[in-house]
Every structure is written in structure tokens, then in C-alpha cells.
Design a protein around this ligand. Structure first.
Ligand SMILES: [Fe+2]
Length: 282
């Protein structure tokens, strides 16, 4: 069972002012890479900042990329998204029930795993948070799943990254922690930070996915989190095995020679290289 997690695609329409669109090509590349994996992912979640400025054209471009994928894909809003425009173009990839709207929350089963989409985007704010209603819904979903593995996907991390400009307070973090504790097998999967990272937050395993678009410059200071490079599209992929959920973090190759896999055996003369392999005369 494999679940891919992509985040922060930041697709831009041609009409938007500012730098040219980097996200569409990067997302196309990342999805193409995932489609070629064997085994294939059983599902993919894209956790927000789907569009750079909530442009309808960007959501339509994303729909074009998601159509025809050989695995189900799901989307969740981030602080750069316009929820109405997102739902208008990406409804088929966002099975949110009406009861929590305008918060876009839903859950789906991916084999033995409960996958929950939790909306942490608050209209007009860079910061994230959760409502009491969404937390009650989340706790109920997890409570009914108790003992089985669960992935909770959202845009904003409730934890601090060490990059000061990104570490704005998360509204109702205590409620979120208490809802997540309903299921000891939960893994919280966030985006927003434009960097892959992992920690145990208040006893709950949590990861942030590397971004599809715009790698955050690593600057662990109070003024850090203010600069990006074009970088390499990335994603995480969660694999359920006998020891539980294992998270891989990957960068998508952009071209030769990285695109064509090379064999360790050819390089070292052994499948399992050791210090002795390849030394002259040994
Ligand atoms: Fe972002």
C-alpha cells in the first residue's frame, strides 16, 4: 500500500503578474514520475497551495494534469487557494461533504488505511488553524478507525519549523492534538513549509512533504523562511509494511544523467557495496 503526498504546486495562470509559472511543468513531471513507479501508488494527495493566487485557470490546468492518472488523486486547499474556485474546477478530486463547508474536509479509504483530508486554510490568512467543528469531525473519524493505520493530510503544520517567517501560530493546536490522539496509528502529513521534515509532535508522528514547486532555502533563524530556489520537484510516499507506516522523501529527476537509473553493481562490482569494493588490487 503506497500513498503519495505532494504539496505546494503553486500553479500560476499566464495572466498573473510576477515570475512565470514553474508549477505546471513541475507537477506534470512529478505525476509522470509517480505513474511510472512500480508498484504504482494506490492514491495521491496534494495538500494545498495548488494555485499561486487562487486563479481559476490554474485549477483548470491542474484538472487537466489529474485527468487520466492511473491512480486516484485528492486535493486539499492551502492559504494561497481560493476554495470556491478550487471546488469549481477540482470537484471530482475533492469529495467534501456539504456538512463542513466552507471547510473542505473528507475521508476516503485507501486499502487498509483511512486517509483524512483536513482543511487548515483560513480565508485571507497565511496562518493555519482548525475549527472546533472540524476537530470534532476529525476525532470521530479517527475514533471509528481506532487501531487501523491512518494518514491525516492538511496544508499547515501545527509545529514550528525553525524558519521564523513560517512559524506563525496555528489556531486551536490543542484541539488538533487532542483529536489526533484518538488514533495511536495516525501519521500527520503537512505541506506549507516547502521543505521535507519529520518529528514527533506532542506524541503524534508528523511529516511535512518536500514541495513540488519552490524549495525553501534552509535558514534556521528568526528571519528564515523568506527565500526559495526553483529547486527540484519533490514528494513523499508513505508505505504500509509489517513495521507500520514508513515515509520516503524523494526528488524528481529532471534529466540525464539522473533520469536513467545507474546500477550500484556496475559501479562497485557488488549488489551490497562495502569499503573493500572497487579498491585496486583487492
Ligand atoms: Fe506554499
Amino acid at each position: 500500500m503506497l500513498v503519495a503526498h505532494l504539496s505546494d504546486t503553486h500553479l500560476r495562470s499566464g495572466k498573473a503578474s510576477g515570475p512565470p509559472d514553474m508549477g505546471t511543468a513541475a507537477l506534470g513531471r512529478a505525476l509522470g514520475h509517480l505513474a511510472e513507479l512500480r508498484p504504482r501508488p494506490d492514491a495521491a494527495f496534494i495538500t494545498g497551495d495548488l494555485a499561486d493566487r487562487g486563479e481559476p485557470e490554474a485549477y483548470r490546468a491542474m484538472a487537466g494534469l489529474l485527468e487520466g492518472l492511473p491512480f486516484p488523486a485528492y486535493v486539499i486547499p492551502g492559504n494561497h487557494d481560493d476554495k470556491r474556485e478550487l471546488l469549481a474546477a477540482l470537484g471530482p478530486w475533492c469529495p467534501a461533504g456539504p456538512e463542513l463547508l466552507p471547510e473542505i474536509c473528507y475521508s476516503v479509504r485507501v486499502g487498509p488505511v483511512l486517509a483524512v483530508a483536513l482543511d487548515t486554510a483560513m480565508e485571507g490568512s497565511h496562518s493555519g488553524g482548525v475549527s472546533e467543528k472540524a476537530c470534532r469531525w476529525l476525532a470521530n473519524e479517527l475514533s471509528r478507525n481506532r487501531g487501523a493505520p491512518a494518514l491525516v493530510f492538511c496544508h499547515h503544520p501545527p509545529f514550528e519549523s525553525g524558519m521564523g517567517l513560517m512559524d506563525t501560530p496555528f489556531i486551536n493546536d490543542d484541539w488538533l492534538a487532542s483529536a489526533l490522539r484518538e488514533d495511536p496509528a495516525v501519521l500527520l502529513c503537512c505541506g506549507h513549509l516547502h521543505a521535507g521534515m519529520a518529528l514527533v509532535w506532542r506524541g503524534i508522528r508528523a511529516v511535512a512533504a518536500p514541495p513540488v514547486s519552490m524549495d525553501m532555502v534552509l535558514e534556521l533563524t528568526q528571519s528564515g523562511g523568506g527565500a526559495y530556489t526553483v529547486g527540484t520537484p519533490g514528494y513523499s510516499i508513505h508505505s504500509l509494511g509489517p513495521e507500520g507506516m514508513l515515509s520516503h522523501f524523494r526528488a524528481v529527476p529532471w534529466g540525464w544523467p539522473l533520469e536513467k537509473p545507474s546500477s550500484f553493481k556496475e559501479l562497485y562490482g557488488a549488489d551490497r557495496p562495502s569499503a573493500a569494493n572497487g579498491r585496486a588490487g583487492e
